[in-house]
Design a protein around this ligand. Structure first.
Ligand SMILES: [Zn+2]
Length: 144
């Protein structure tokens, strides 16, 4: 409840007391009606506030969301990067599904899509194994 609504309710209460003292039933009923209308407006106001918050958050998300050609990343205000998130889930159903890390790929547990990791997304372990496999391949080629 905003400050304006609180002041309005206090005023209504004061006017209601005056109407009661004056023993004016019709006026008392009118004031009761006004009270109900204030409550309705309050409810509507609350609903609009929530909707506004939702829209603001959606807008913020849109600003921070970056598609790198495969998957989505969130670039936070503090400079940190969050994610990645599934492109299919986001574009199809507007769901931000965090991708799970598997060797050399990202995997979505919701839509089951997989995305190949970019070289800079590989873990140290994946890089080491990759280099080892490259070496084995090179040895095999030379060995022939
Ligand atoms: Zn998905």
């Amino acid at each position: 409840m905003g400050i304006g609504a609180k002041a309005l309710k206090d005023n209504l209460e004061a006017v209601y007391e005056l109407a009661k003292r004056a023993a004016n039933l019709e006026l008392q009923e009118k004031i009761m009606g006004l009270r109900e209308q204030v409550l309705e407006i309050e409810n509507e106001n609350l609903h609009l506030r929530l909707k506004n918050k939702e829209l603001e958050e959606g807008l913020k998300l849109k600003e921070q969301l970056n598609f790198d050609g495969r998957i989505y990343w969130l670039h936070k205000e503090n400079g940190s990067k969050e994610g990645p998130f599934c492109q299919v889930c986001k574009d199809k159903a507007s769901i931000m599904t965090r991708l799970q890390s598997y060797p050399y790929k990202w995997s979505c547990l919701v839509c089951k899509n997989t995305y190949e990791k970019a070289p800079e997304e590989l873990t140290d372990d994946e890089k080491r194994k990759g280099i080892l496999q490259e070496s084995i391949r090179a040895i095999n080629i030379h060995g022939r």
